[in-house]
Design a protein around this ligand. Structure first.
Ligand code: 5AD
Length: 474
């Protein structure tokens, strides 16, 4: 059994200087160009769990590994290294990974030389305790240590596990070129970490303090993405609209990204209501390429609960923000996140959430039962006192409410035409395409003469809670 004291803890490599490119020309892609020859090249499979930020981090890891001469493979059976890029936001996210590790260990026992790494938020959360649960894991690496992946692969040959768990406020990976799958939509990390300290949330503890990548670098990233054929950019950050690189705020960044020639659409996720400034709203209202769609996490409709969550806004302020957004941008589609059963949530608090959701009528919502996470402020200060069964009951209530609302809103689009960016073949029928509307609704329609990457007007003739169905308008 591994113990804390016997484990070697590797520090980030000194030769790497995270922000070194910031003063260089943004077009200096020295680290982005070709990969080096590596006699110990490995075949690496990366399996991604959790949010879009993790998907984006896996693309970053692929960039780092490829640049060091390794290969990433799309078939897990071809891999001699398997990296799980993990999530820690709720307990079940971690349970899933522990079960997956047990399964991978069977293969490791059979093959002997398989390297297994756990990267990302769960690695940072559980640290070396992860090795108590899964002693056969070779690499435990948090989100700020990915530059050390090539070094870790060399180091584990000695048999000792490699731990890369230092959070580093200076690490923004701005000089690294992620390797993305081909497609029409690229996700671009503009900010890492979080300074908000919501009491339920593990993110600040596993992703560290907030840092923004300079606008100049992001703009040149987007120019390169256009050259690679991407049409839509989704800006990513934990509280994306608190972006500030010292010279530019989020609204300015939106204008500047939309200004890149060849970009058809710009979106972003996830903003924090407290940072929904006029500068952001102005860009959404007046910049035609910024999509009229906003994911605005509410979390609770009760001001008392919001206070305990330290969300820094009241239910009334959230409601006012929604009214303001709808006044300025009448066609805006709004989605949200809601947690039920947070510490001390009474029946009355829950009813307030239910009623606010009923009043606002979000286009869609991600809804969760509160999950107590070790290390969070709520875990230290508050009692997780709503019984599991009651959390489940409250969750089912808002899920049914939201399904009704989403169906209603989508069906109200029947007979109208919506602009859709064509993404690829529909999963169910290769004669049909799927794509997203400007409002980020999945839309399915016969191919007609359209091509992937086109924006077409689709006339909607039927709709469910999650999909619009139609045909390209004459
Ligand atoms: N329990 C349940 N849901 C959570 N979220 C964040 N932390 C927790 C938790 N401890 C939800 C929030 C957040 C979304 C990404 O996950 O709604 O907006």
């Amino acid at each position: 059994m591994n113990t804390k004291s016997s484990l070697p803890i590797y520090k980030p490599a000194e030769q790497y200087q995270p922000n070194s490119k910031l003063s260089a020309q943004p077009s200096d892609m020295s680290l982005r160009a070709s990969s080096i020859h590596n006699d110990n090249a490995r075949n690496i499979f990366i399996e991604t769990y959790g949010c879009q930020m993790n998907v984006s981090d896996s693309e970053l890891m692929t960039g780092i590994l490829t640049q060091a001469g390794h290969r990433t493979v799309s078939d897990i059976d071809d891999a001699d290294v398997i990296l799980l890029n993990t999530c820690a936001i709720r307990e079940n996210a971690e349970t899933k990974v522990i079960n997956r590790l047990k399964h991978l260990n069977h293969r490791k026992r059979r093959e002997g030389n398989l390297i297994i790494g756990v990267c990302g938020c769960m690695a940072q959360h559980l640290r070396d305790k992860l090795l108590d649960a899964a002693p056969y894991v070779d690499i435990v690496m948090g989100p700020d240590a990915y530059r050390n992946l090539p070094m870790a692969l060399n180091a584990v040959v000695s048999g000792d596990p490699f731990l890369g768990l230092q959070l580093n406020k200076a690490e923004d990976y701005a000089d690294i070129s992620p390797i993305r799958k081909e497609g029409v939509r690229a996700w671009l990390t503009i900010q890492r970490g979080c300074d908000k300290m919501c009491t339920f949330c593990i993110v600040p503890f596993v992703r560290g303090r907030e840092r923004s990548i300079p606008q100049k670098i992001l703009k040149s990233d987007v120019e390169r993405l256009v050259d690679e054929g991407f049409k839509e950019i989704v800006l990513l950050g934990q509280t994306v609209n608190s972006y500030n690189d010292g010279n530019h705020d989020f609204g300015e960044l939106l204008w500047s990204i939309a200004d890149v020639e060849g970009i058809e659409r710009v979106r972003f996720t996830s903003p924090h209501p407290a940072d929904a400034t006029d500068s952001m709203i102005d860009a959404m209202e007046n910049c035609p390429k910024v999509c009229k769609q906003l994911h605005l996490p509410l979390q609770s409709g009760s001001t008392q609960v919001l206070e305990r969550m330290r969300r820094t806004y009241t239910a009334e302020e959230y409601r006012e923000l929604v009214y303001k957004l709808r006044e300025r941008i009448p066609e805006i589609a709004l989605s949200t996140d809601v947690i039920v059963g947070f510490c001390g949530e009474t029946d009355e608090d829950f009813t307030e959430t239910y009623m606010l959701m009923e009043e606002i009528r979000f286009d869609s919502a991600f809804m969760f039962k509160y999950s107590d996470r070790e290390g969070t402020l709520a875990n230290k200060m508050l009692d997780d006192d709503v019984p599991e069964k009651e959390k489940g009951r409250r969750l089912s209530e808002i899920i049914s409410l939201q399904e009704r609302i989403s169906t209603d809103i989508n069906q109200s689009k029947i007979g109208t035409a919506v602009p859709v960016l064509v993404e690829g073949n529909s999963k169910r029928d290769s004669e049909q395409y799927h794509g997203k509307s400007d409002t980020f609704k999945t839309t399915v329609f016969p191919k007609d003469k359209a091509n992937i990457g086109d924006i077409v007007n689709v006339e909607i003739h039927s709709a469910s809670a999650h999909t619009l169905i139609g045909q390209i308008a004459e």
